[in-house]
Design a protein around this ligand. Sequence first.
Ligand code: G1P
Ligand code: ZN
Length: 550
Amino acid sequence: MKTNVIDTTPFDDQKPGTSGLRKKVEVFRQAAYLENFVQAIFDSIRDNADAPENRSLVLGGDGRYYNREAIQIILRMAAANGFSKVWVGQGGILSTPAASCVIRKYQSFGGIILSASHNPGGPDGDFGIKYNTGNGGPAPEGITDAIFACSRSLKSYRIVEAPDVDIDSLGSHALGEMRVEVIDPVADYAELMESLFDFDAIRGLIAGGFRLCFDAMHAVTGPYAREILEQRLGAPAGTVINGVPLPDFGDGHPDPNLTYAHELVDIMFNADAQAAPDFGAASDGDGDRNMVLGRHFFVNPSDSLAIIAANATLAPGYSDGLAGIARSMPTSAAADRVADKLGIPCYETPTGWKFFGNLMDAGKVTLCGEESFGTGSSHVREKDGLWAVLFWLNILAQRHLSVEDVVHSHWAEYGRNVYSRHDYEALPSDVANDLMAHLKNRFGELPGKRLGTYTILFCDDFSYVDPVDGSIATGQGLRFGFTDGSRIVFRLSGTGTEGATLRIYLEAFEPDAARHGADAQLALQPLIEIAHDLSQLQQRTGRLAPTVIT
Ligand code: G1P
Ligand code: ZN
C-alpha cells in the first residue's frame, strides 16, 4: 500500500480550545485543513518519549455532517503513521462518553472524537475534532499545547492510498498493516451502565406505569437511549423521540436547554398536566450533556449535581459513598452544601471538563458537574448525559417521589441556591472584550460598596491551582461576591463560533426554600439589575434581553 507524504502549509493560529478544534464545516473542508490537525496530533504523540511503538486509537463521532468523510481520512492517516489498530464505532458513531468508555475498556493509547458538541451541524454548521488520552479524558493543556506547536511547524502529512474502509460492517478490516475493528457503538457503554445502576428497580418503576420521554434531538444518543431505555428497561416504543441521528440534527440546535429542546419542553409542560409524562430528559449533539425535567418542572443542573450527590448511595455503583465532589466555578454552591454534610471535599475548578480528570485520576472525587447541563463521575472521563438520566431514574425508583418532590425535599433539607445563567450570544468580540475590561477596571472601587440591598464583599478574576499537578489556570471568569453569599459571575464563552458569547451567572442563597416558589428569575431580579448596571450591558451591547436564559 502506497504512503503519500503531502507537502502542506502549517497552521498559523489554530490553537485547540478546551474542547478541541471547532470550526465551520467549510473551514474543515479546505484542502489539508483536517489533515494538518490530525498530523499534528500524531506528531505530538510521536514526540512523546513514552509512546509505545504499536499505538492504538479509538475513533468515532456524533454523526454530524462530514463525520463519515473525516473518519476515512483519519483512518488512512493512522495507517500511514504507524498505528497498529483503530477501534471505530459502526457507521462512524460514538457518543463522547461512549468513546471515553471504550478507550478505557480496551486500554487504547488514545482516541479521536469528531464533534462540535451542542453546536448545529449540516453543511453550514459546525464540525470539530478533539484528542483524548489513554485515561479516556480530553487531552490536558500540555498535550494540546504540543499539538498546537506541531501544527505550526509541520511541513507535510502522511496518508495511505486506499479505498474506503467499510465502517458499516462490524468486525475486523485491514488497512495496510493496520487493523480497523468496527465495534457496536452502544454495547460496551450499555454494559457499563448496567454495572452502575439498579436496572431491575428502574424496570419495576416503568412497569408500574411511570411514564418518561427522552429527546435525543436527532443527535448521537438516539441509538443509546433506544437500546437502554426501550430495550433493556422496557419503556414503550416511542419513549425516545427524535431518535434517529441526522447529519444536520433535523435542522435543530442539539443543545438540551429550555430554549432549544422545545419539543420536549412542550410535552413536559403540557397544559393538561395529567397528559405530561412523569420524567423528561434530553441530551446534546455528542451525548455528554443532560437536561432533566419533571412534570411541569425544570431541574436546574446545579441542583441536579447536588441531588445526585445527596442520593448517590441509592445506586449500586456508588453504594460505598463518594470520595469527593467537584464543580466548575460558575456552578452554584448547592453541591458544596451536600459535600459539607457528607464530610467530603468539594473542589471548585475552572469551566471545562478537563480539570475534573486529574481529580478523578488521583481518586479525589467521584462526582463532578457543571451548570451547563454537564454531570459525570469517575466511571468515564467525560461528562455523560444518559448516565445522569439513569441516575435520576435510579433515585426515583428507590424514593417513590415525583421529580418535583425530590427537588423540594432537597431544598427543604439543604436550603436553596437560587440560580440562573443569562447568555448573550453573537456579540461583536470587541464589544464583549471591552465590557470585560470595564468590569476589571472597577475591581478596585467595588469592595464594600452597597448596591440596593446587596453589599459587594470581593471581586476577582478566578484562577485555579490544580491540586494534583500544580498547574495554574488564570483568567477564568470575573466574580463579584456579596456579603450574604450571593454571587454574580461574568465569563466569555470559549466554545462559541460566532463572535463572542457573554455568560452572566447569577446565584442567591435562600435558606427558606419555600419563600420564592419555583420562580428563579423573580428571586434573582435585584441581582440581574446589579449585573446590568455593573457591566453597562445595555448601553454597550444594545441588547435588551438575553439570547438564552437557563
Ligand atoms: C461551555 C460550557 C462549559 C462546558 C463547555 C463544553 O463552555 O459553559 O461548562 O464545559 O461548553 O461542553 P463555554 O462556551 O462556556 O466556554
Ligand atoms: Zn457535548
